[in-house]
Design a protein around this ligand. Structure first.
Ligand SMILES: CC(C)(COP(=O)(O)OP(=O)(O)OC[C@H]1O[C@@H](n2cnc3c(N)ncnc32)[C@H](O)[C@@H]1OP(=O)(O)O)[C@@H](O)C(=O)NCCC(=O)NCCS
Length: 234
């Protein structure tokens, strides 16, 4: 390749650089990406692909970094979310959605291999948490040469509290109004709501529970069901 062709390639591969907010850098290498960021965003957004859509409503806060490497992906953050998070999507036609009122104190979301991550409303995720749809590498059966560790989407219901250091791995599903214990490794679906899931690998260790952000000795039925309020605007 000649020097001019190389130079042209270099110039063409440069992203369009802009600021979403004074503290939020946007690098866009693609075309037709929709960046509907109305809320507070501090960090960076890098898009290496086209037709992607990122949505942060005016009432929401996002602090961290988002990388999309692919086409037709979607990141949707709900009203009143407050997220400290790094989000990575690699692949096309994948989505991450986070429901209204959910908070993250430090969460890494990794969405690979044609999978999706869906997190419900009014969830509370602590720090040092990973949510991943893939092990990122292959575990192989030596006899057959076949890959053993297939990827899988992750679905978290409404009002789920995830304790510090937990990993929600490929194929995880957690029903509404549940809690994941600190440092747990979750790797399968749990259909029962109102449970504590804990351990490595995680299993149900308590049933018939709910949880609340407040601390007091006794909670009324109204306190315990406050999270069931209808979505904003409904
Ligand atoms: C070890 C691992 C690769 C296995 O994936 P897999 O082949 O799909 O495994 P399975 O889900 O079929 O698990 C097989 C058994 O091991 C258990 N198991 C799997 N990972 C485990 C873990 N980290 N700790 C304890 N038990 C584990 C499963 O619960 C299952 O037990 P069961 O047969 O009694 O139900 C995967 O579970 C894992 O730990 N992935 C994380 C990889 C990682 O850290 N990647 C970061 C990027 S480098």
């Amino acid at each position: 390749m000649g020097v001019w062709a190389k130079l042209r390639g270099f110039v063409k591969s440069r992203p369009r650089i802009g600021f979403i907010r004074p503290m939020a850098l946007k690098l866009d290498w693609g075309r037709e990406n929709v960046v509907a960021i109305k809320g507070h965003f501090a960090g960076s957004l890098r898009i290496k692909g086209s037709n992607n859509h990122i949505e942060l409503p005016a009432s929401a806060v996002f602090k961290g970094h988002i990388l999309i490497r692919g086409h037709n992906c979607r990141v949707t953050i709900g009203e009143q979310c407050h997220l400290v998070s790094d989000i990575v999507i690699k692949g096309s036609n994948q989505s991450i959605s986070i429901g209204e009122g959910t908070t993250f104190a430090g969460v890494y979301l990794l969405c690979l291999e044609q999978c999706h991550i869906k997190i419900g409303r009014w969830c509370m995720f602590s720090r040092k948490i990973e949510v991943r749809t893939s092990d990122a590498h292959s575990l192989i059966d030596r006899k057959t040469g076949l890959r053993l560790n297939a990827a899988g989407s992750v679905t978290i219901g409404d009002h789920v509290w995830v304790g510090v250091g937990a990993i929600l791995n490929k194929g995880t599903a957690i029903a509404d109004d549940s809690m994941v214990g600190a440092m747990s490794f979750v790797n399968k679906p749990f259909a029962e709501s109102g449970v504590v899931i804990a351990g490595t690998p995680a299993k149900i260790v308590k049933s018939g529970i709910t949880w609340n952000r407040e601390r007091k000795r006794k909670f009324s039925a109204a306190d315990m069901d406050a999270w069931r309020q209808p979505p904003t605007g409904s």
